[in-house]
Design a protein around this ligand. Sequence first.
Ligand code: NAP
Length: 429
Amino acid sequence: MQIPQNGEKITMNGTAISVPDRPVIPFIRGDGTGPDIWRAAVRVLDAAVAAAYGGQRRLRWMEVYAGEAAFRKFDNWLPDETIEAIREYRVAIKGPLTTPVGGGIRSLNVAIRQILDLYVCQRPVRWFEGVPSPVRDPGAVDMVIFRENTEDIYAGAEFEEGQEDTARFLALLKEHFPQRHAKIRFPDSSGIGLKPVSREGTRRLVRAALDYAVAQQRRSVTLVHKGNIMKYTEGAFRNWAYDLAENEYGGRFYTWRQWDRAKERKGEAAANAQQKAALDGGAILMKDAIADIALQQVLTRAHSFDVIATTNLNGDYLSDALAAQVGGIGIAPGGNINSDTGHAVFEATHGTAPKYADKDMVNPGSLILSGEMMLRHLGWNEAAQAIIEAMNAVIGQRAVTYDFHRLMDNATKVKCSEFADRLIASMQA
Ligand code: NAP
């Protein structure tokens, strides 16, 4: 690891990160097409910072290794030094990594998230003018998903069908909780998965979403859950989230649960009046939607969704479904964040697309927009905004990489590096 000169560490100041003018940012190039999109993205990010702040601020990049590059160099898919560097310097960015087959590590991305307890998976979903979309009004899509990243069925607490452990677990269940055991349709041939959803896990995720909604002056927060079926996990997620918003945000949110209570006590007209008064006074609406209905409504009524807070599995489905509405994975960014410690790893959400490696061909948009999220995390909003405006301008001119080109009429196909060149030219102009 080469620590860059004149760089400084990002630190924590109370509950907020404190960012020097030359923060050291560890980066992982990634495997497959990772190096192609990294080469493009780093130039765009540097140009955005230069355009916004002249020479006053600069990102000081520090390469760290994971994936195939680390395996080749150090015979280790995820060296401790990489994790330690991210822990120490706090904010990092990465390209996609190959998932090693066999050998203990399920996924490098999952390992990084777990070790640093990055409990928020944040995915903005925004349409850029001209991007091919399967829906009629993609311009209505402007949402930010906060997906819980550490719990739910993803915890990995599973029992395989036919194994001794599974039989023991089922026997314990039968002995101690016969009524629940009786609900299992075919106990002797079942695999079993446990779905933990905790009060702590819910509160920290929802707090991140609520704080974001307040800071970015968003219109609403929607809880997406399946609480009608899973009352004590998904339903509890909804209740704990409403409790948090109602009890700890001093009237900044008006919840559907408050509306329900008002309706019960004083009737619907009074509840509507109460809601109107709260929203007119600047409160943000907090509502909830059952996951299956939400998956329909994000298509049919995109404008009524803004910030979304949801459990892990729902968030997984929702993120990809929404990404497809606004151009697909070539342009879908993500961030994995621990809002208490400020640790954050921003990443392209697609995989390594190895068949296109070293062809200077794929869309670098996903990594560039992950960098845009990173800049906002640092509080460098002007640089982030420069990237958004350049993306709008270049895609608006219909200069796009192969993935968009095949879906657009009268577009100019550009290479990965050329797309970056055009963004930079647009920012400099
Ligand atoms: P993938 O790499 O995401 O590629 C699937 C397809 O998505 C590509 O063939 C391409 O579609 C499109 N695509 C991906 N990135 C693109 C880009 N930047 N621009 C335009 N189109 C893009 O999925 P995969 O082939 O299933 O996975 C390959 C490897 O990546 C595996 O080892 C997997 O474990 C790993 N992976 C890593 C991450 C991560 O690090 N975050 C995430 C997922 C998967 P077309 O061929 O149709 O153009």
